[in-house]
Ligand binder design. Structure first.
Ligand code: FES
Length: 144
């Protein structure tokens, strides 16, 4: 790890569906597991409702990375919302890569309701991943 990235604390948005993703977060709390405090959870009804515009806007307005977690394939409470999310996240990554803006700053990881450790591991792993990358090149690109 580079010396300069040790001092970098990334702003990370952790978008969770209100069922399994948030359930994983609650299970982590019940298990008294901790994740980095710079990882900020935000709840959505379903990952399928996360418009790619939200992700681009988060990256433009200060997030260094966005991780999305929801129900495992076949478990979405809205039938196929997580499949829609998978397609959308793939499209977001492709767009970012096409523009040379690093699509690997956006992750999708399934987290089940009872998977508190997986929730915490995902948050910690993504935090380390973004720390190694350094600040997002999109930050402040709008000049606001
Ligand atoms: Fe969890 Fe759809 S309700 S991904």
């Amino acid at each position: 790890m580079k010396e300069e990235s040790k001092e970098f604390t990334p702003n990370i948005l952790y978008a969770l569906c209100s069922w399994c993703g948030s359930g994983g977060s609650e299970t982590a709390g019940a298990m008294k597991l901790h994740y980095p405090e710079n990882v900020k959870p935000v709840r959505f009804y379903c990952t399928g409702g996360i418009d790619p515009v939200y992700i681009f806007r988060a990256l433009l307005e200060g997030a260094d990375g966005v991780v999305v977690s929801g129900c495992h394939p076949g478990d979405c409470h809205f039938d196929t919302g997580n499949y829609r999310a998978r397609r959308r996240i793939a499209a977001v990554k492709t767009i970012l890569n096409t523009l040379g803006l690093d699509g690997d700053r956006v992750w999708l990881r399934w987290v089940g309701h009872g998977e508190g450790k997986r929730f915490v591991d995902t948050a910690s792993e993504f935090d380390e991943h973004i720390q190694e990358k350094g600040p997002s090149p999109l930050k402040g690109i709008r000049g606001v």
